[in-house]
Design a protein around this ligand. Structure first.
Ligand code: GDP
Length: 395
C-alpha cells in the first residue's frame, strides 16, 4: 500500500512540476514577442500617446514608450539638447575701440614716442629731421607720405614754435590728416529691394581672412543683424571647419560645400540662403591662392558674377596682414586689379610696429582701411578711425 501511495505521490509531483515549467515558458516567450510588436507599432504611428508632447525627437519617445524597462532612457538624451543657450554674446563696438587703443599703444608706441622725443629736442636741425624721416620710413609710412609729413611739420613748427606741448599737438594733427579722417569707413552691409547686403572677403591665405569673416559675423550679431556666412574657401578644408565653428559659437548659419567643390556654387548657395531667410547680410569667405594672377582672377571673377545673379555685392573687403609690409602692398595691388576693392581690413596690427602701412595702402588703392585686427581673440577686430589710431600711436 505504501508503495502504491508513493507512486501516486511521485506522479502528482511530476505533473505539478511540468505544469509550472510549461506556464513559465509560455509567459516568457509571450513577453519576448510582445515587446517588439509594441515597439514597431509605435514607430509606425508617431503620435500614439500624448505623454511628452514638447519633445521633438520622436525616436526618444518611441524608446521610452515600448517596454517599461526602457523608461529611464528618455531623460538621458535631453541633456544633449540645449546647444542654443550656449551661444556667445559678442562684444559691442565701444569697448573694442578702447582695446584698439590699448593694443596699439603697446605695439606702435615706438613710432609715436620716437617721433615725439625727436620733435621735443632743443634744436630741430637737419640731423633731427633725418631721424624723423627714418622713423617714419621704418614704420612703413612710405616715402611720399613721409616727405609730405616732414614738410608740414617743418613749416608749422617753424611758425608755431616747437615747445613740447605744441610739437605733440602739431604732430597729432598732421598724422590725423595723413591717415585722412574724411574717408567714409562705414561697412556697406545692407542690400536694396529686399536683398541682403553681400560682403565678399578676399586676400591671400594666411592674411587672416577666415578669422576676419568670423569676427565680422560677431560684430554684426552684436548689432542684432541676421547673418549668413558662405564658406567658399573650399580648397582649405580647415577653413570650412574653422568658419563652421565661428558660426556655431554665435548661432549664425554657415553655408558650405564638400571639400574641393566650386567656390562660386557655395557663394551662390550662401546668397540664396540669405535671400530665402531674409537675412540682413551675407558674408562670403574666399580662397586666396596666389599661384598665378590669371587663376585668381578667373576664380574671384566667377564668384562675384555668380553672386550677382541674385544680389549685388555691396562690399569687397581686402584682408592684408600688417606685418608683411611692402609684400602686403604688392598683394593689395594684384587684388585691386582683379576685384573692385571697397575697403581694407588690416590684420595683426597688434603684432606689428609698422602701423604706417595704413597710410600707404590707402593711398595705393584709394580705398579706406575700415577694420583692424588687433589680436587672435574672437572680438579682436575694431572699426578703424583716424583719430583713435593716431591717439593710440601717440600713447
Ligand atoms: P586665412 O588663410 O587668410 O583665412 O587666415 P586665417 O584666418 O586662418 O588666419 C591665419 C592666422 O592669423 C591665424 O592663426 C589667426 O589667428 C591669425 N590672425 C588673424 N587675424 C589676426 C590679428 O588681428 N592678430 C593676430 N595676432 N593674429 C591674427
Amino acid at each position: 500500500m505504501s508503495g502504491v501511495e508513493l507512486i501516486v505521490l511521485i506522479a502528482v509531483l511530476a505533473v505539478l512540476l511540468l505544469g509550472v515549467l510549461g506556464v513559465g515558458l509560455v509567459t516568457s516567450s509571450r513577453r519576448r514577442k510582445q515587446a517588439p510588436r509594441q515597439a514597431s507599432t509605435d514607430v509606425a504611428t508617431p503620435p500614439p500617446t500624448p505623454a511628452p508632447s514638447t519633445e521633438q525627437p520622436t525616436d526618444e519617445v518611441v524608446e521610452g514608450e515600448a517596454p517599461p524597462v526602457a523608461e529611464p532612457e528618455v531623460a538621458e538624451p535631453e541633456v544633449i539638447e540645449p546647444p542654443a543657450p550656449a551661444l556667445e554674446k559678442p562684444e559691442g563696438t565701444a569697448s573694442r575701440l578702447v582695446r584698439l587703443r590699448q593694443r596699439l599703444a603697446g605695439s606702435q608706441s615706438g613710432l609715436g614716442r620716437g617721433l615725439l622725443a625727436l620733435l621735443s629736442r632743443e634744436r630741430l636741425d637737419e640731423d633731427t629731421w633725418e631721424d624723423i624721416e627714418d622713423t617714419l620710413l621704418t614704420a612703413d609710412v612710405g616715402v611720399a607720405p613721409t616727405q609730405e609729413l616732414v614738410e608740414q611739420l617743418r613749416t608749422r613748427l617753424r611758425v608755431e614754435g616747437s615747445a613740447a606741448g605744441d610739437a605733440q599737438q602739431v604732430l597729432r594733427e598732421e598724422l590725423v590728416k595723413l591717415v585722412d579722417p574724411t574717408m567714409d569707413r562705414r561697412l556697406q552691409i545692407s542690400g536694396a529691394d529686399g536683398a541682403p547686403g553681400v560682403v565678399l572677403v578676399v586676400g591671400v591665405n594666411g592674411a587672416g581672412k577666415t578669422t576676419t569673416v568670423g569676427k565680422i559675423a560677431r560684430i554684426l550679431v552684436a548689432e542684432d543683424r541676421s547673418i549668413v556666412l558662405g564658406a567658399a574657401d573650399t580648397f582649405r578644408a580647415a577653413a570650412v571647419e574653422q568658419l563652421a565653428t565661428w558660426g556655431e559659437r554665435v548661432g549664425v548659419d554657415v553655408v558650405r560645400g564638400p571639400e574641393g567643390s566650386d567656390p562660386a556654387s557655395v557663394a551662390f548657395d550662401a546668397v540664396k540662403e540669405g535671400l530665402d531667410t531674409q537675412a540682413d547680410t551675407v558674408v562670403v569667405d574666399t580662397a586666396g591662392r596666389l599661384q598665378n594672377k590669371a587663376g585668381l582672377m578667373d576664380e574671384l571673377g566667377k564668384v562675384k558674377r555668380v553672386i550677382e545673379k541674385q544680389a549685388p555685392v555691396t562690399e569687397v573687403l581686402l584682408v592684408l596682414d600688417a606685418t608683411t609690409g611692402q609684400n602686403g602692398l604688392i598683394q593689395a595691388r594684384v587684388f585691386s586689379e582683379i576685384v573692385d576693392v571697397t575697403g581694407i581690413v588690416l590684420t595683426k596690427l597688434d603684432g606689428s610696429a609698422k602701423g604706417g602701412i595704413v597710410v600707404q595702402v590707402q593711398r595705393e588703392l584709394g580705398v579706406p582701411v575700415k577694420l583692424v585686427g588687433i589680436g587672435e581673440g574672437p572680438d579682436d577686430l575694431a572699426p578703424f578711425s583716424a583719430e583713435a589710431f593716431v591717439d593710440a600711436l601717440l600713447g
